[in-house]
Ligand binder design. Structure first.
Ligand code: UN1
Length: 500
């Protein structure tokens, strides 16, 4: 165990290329959710004055950064990606200690950051616009992307390296400067990312880090007249509040919010494969992914057998500190998360049959952590609260249905639409489901998690507001389009009139 008596390291804000304390000198601690006696670090509780300084720094750096050729900006992203790769193990271990996900998944999280850094570095030499024929002779028509200005980046704790990188990399390669506010449950991961950005050689003011609460730092970013674009990942409630405030200023806003992702298992499915996919996507990251599977929509013909197999496997999953490589399920992130899961399990007891789990785990070494047993309810009707509301924990509802049509309508019958999956051996059924599932990401014969960085990531309905992260779609959030016409005919040519 870590020496509990040692004072925690104090970390600072990063503004205009300097590490500084928050103006009013307040701090907060980040603690290990697997053992809350272990303080991971002490961080600055920033506020509006710090955001104002960071915004000024970003604004000042903007002119030179947008004038830097995009391939040169891309080279810095490459350098950052390489540094992150060199530091993968160190950053992954810090992540597990800070927010609890097991080490293998923490390494995957860092890898996702490396992947998007390299992908977006390449955008420095692409960043395609269109060059198209004009309807008039001797006239040139094309479109280019240009940076928007200062981007406000507000990120969650559950992918504390990957998600910041999903936002930072496209923002930066496109020529924006950044004010970055990470979640208060994962400020160390954010600090490590920013340290590596500094080492990579991003000029002072291009990236600024302000830690602190949503009320103190997040709101100041959202309300700042000098931050015209915001990218946020988090809860739907916070996303809606941000949308209202940002809407008043007509800001560009990309939201990636909740999910209630379903795995559909039809009667012709490979059940062993389905069980593997469901367990991984329901209980991996302790269910704390936007993409986590929280509903299994199972054909009644195989539902009982499926639930029996899930129960056997789920009840054997090994809980503990993610730093122990034999552990399969880490803790929930904090006490509030445990309370929320407990509340939903209580609701679930009146809505379905508890198959396994359903309680916190405090045995032995786990006594000081936020552990909750992988939990399965079955016999849940599709409109019940545990089948409708995002729990963000290791709680799975099995919803029995009769046949394909009922399965699709249950899968689609929620207000979210991030990811969805179907297990079937019939290629025709699989193609129908690819068409019929209302979700931004669809998997066939795999669980609901595991999106790769070179395809668009995001959801339909209340999962977002129509924007996408990752893939080249990510550039849409952080660029303005400019359409350019060059008339080299030497005379007045009127579009829509002179060519009729
Ligand atoms: C998230 O939970 O917000 O597809 C991101 C996945 C990961 C990203 C999840 N690549 O599960």
């Amino acid at each position: 165990m870590t020496d509990v008596a040692a004072p925690p390291t104090t970390y600072q804000l990063y503004i205009a290329g300097r590490w500084v304390d928050a103006v009013d000198g307040r701090t907060f601690d980040s603690v290990n959710p697997a053992d809350t006696r272990d303080v991971v670090g002490r961080f600055q509780a920033g506020g509006p004055a710090d955001v104002a300084m960071a915004t000024r720094a970003a604004d000042t750096a903007s002119a030179a950064w947008r004038a830097t050729p995009a391939p040169k900006r891309g080279e810095l992203l490459y350098r950052f990606g390489a540094l992150l790769a060199d530091n993968k193990e160190r950053v992954a271990r810090a992540m597990t200690r800070e927010m609890g996900k097991v080490l293998a998944e923490a390494r995957g999280d860092v890898q996702e950051g490396i992947d998007i850094a390299f992908l977006m570095a390449g955008e420095g030499r692409r960043m395609f616009g269109d060059t198209v024929p004009s309807e008039l002779p001797d006239k040139w028509a094309m479109s280019i992307r240009q940076p928007i200005g200062v981007a406000g980046i507000v990120t969650p704790w559950n992918f504390p390296v990957a998600i910041p990188c999903w936002k930072l990399m496209p923002a930066l390669v496109a020529g924006n400067t950044v004010v970055f506010k990470p979640a208060s449950d994962a400020p160390l991961c954010a600090t490590l990312v920013v340290e590596l950005l500094e080492q990579a050689g991003f000029p002072p003011g291009v990236v600024n880090l302000v830690t602190g609460t949503g009320a103190d730092v997040g709101d100041a970013i959202v309300d700042s007249p000098d931050i015209p674009v915001i990218s946020f990942t988090g809860s739907s409630a916070t996303g809606k509040a941000i949308a209202e405030r940002a809407g008043r200023r007509l800001k560009r806003l990309s939201l990636e919010l909740g999910g209630k992702n379903a795995v559909v298992v039809l009667r012709d499915a490979d059940l062993d494969l389905a069980v593997d996919g469901i367990l991984w996507s329901a209980f991996g990251t302790t269910g704390q992914r936007c993409t986590a599977c929280s509903r299994v929509v199972a054909d009644r013909a195989i539902a009982e057998e499926l639930v029996a197999r899930l129960e056997t496997r789920a009840s054997r999953l090994r809980l503990g500190s993610g730093l122990d490589e034999t552990v399969e399920v880490g803790p929930l992130v904090n006490a509030a998360a445990v309370e929320k899961v407990e509340r939903y399990v209580e609701i679930g007891r009146g809505e379905g049959e508890l198959v396994t789990g359903g309680a916190t785990v405090r045995d032995g070494d786990l006594a000081h952590g936020h552990f909750f047993a992988p939990t399965i309810f079955t016999g849940v009707e599709p409109m019940r609260r545990i089948a409708q509301e995002e729990i963000f924990g290791p709680v799975l509802s099995v919803i029995p249905v009769d046949g394909y049509d009922e399965a699709i309508s249950a899968a689609n019958g929620v207000r979210y639409g991030l990811s969805a999956s179907i297990f079937s051996r019939d290629v025709n059924t699989a193609f129908r489901a690819m068409r019929d599932l209302d979700a931004g990401i669809v998997y066939v014969n795999a669980g609901t998690t595991g999106a790769e960085t070179h395809l668009p990531f995001g959801g339909w309905k209340e999962t977002g507001n129509g924007h996408r992260e990752a893939g080249h779609a990510a550039l849409d959030t952080f660029t303005e389009w400019k359409s350019i016409y060059v008339d080299y005919s030497g005379k007045l040519q009127r579009a829509q009139i002179d060519n009729q």
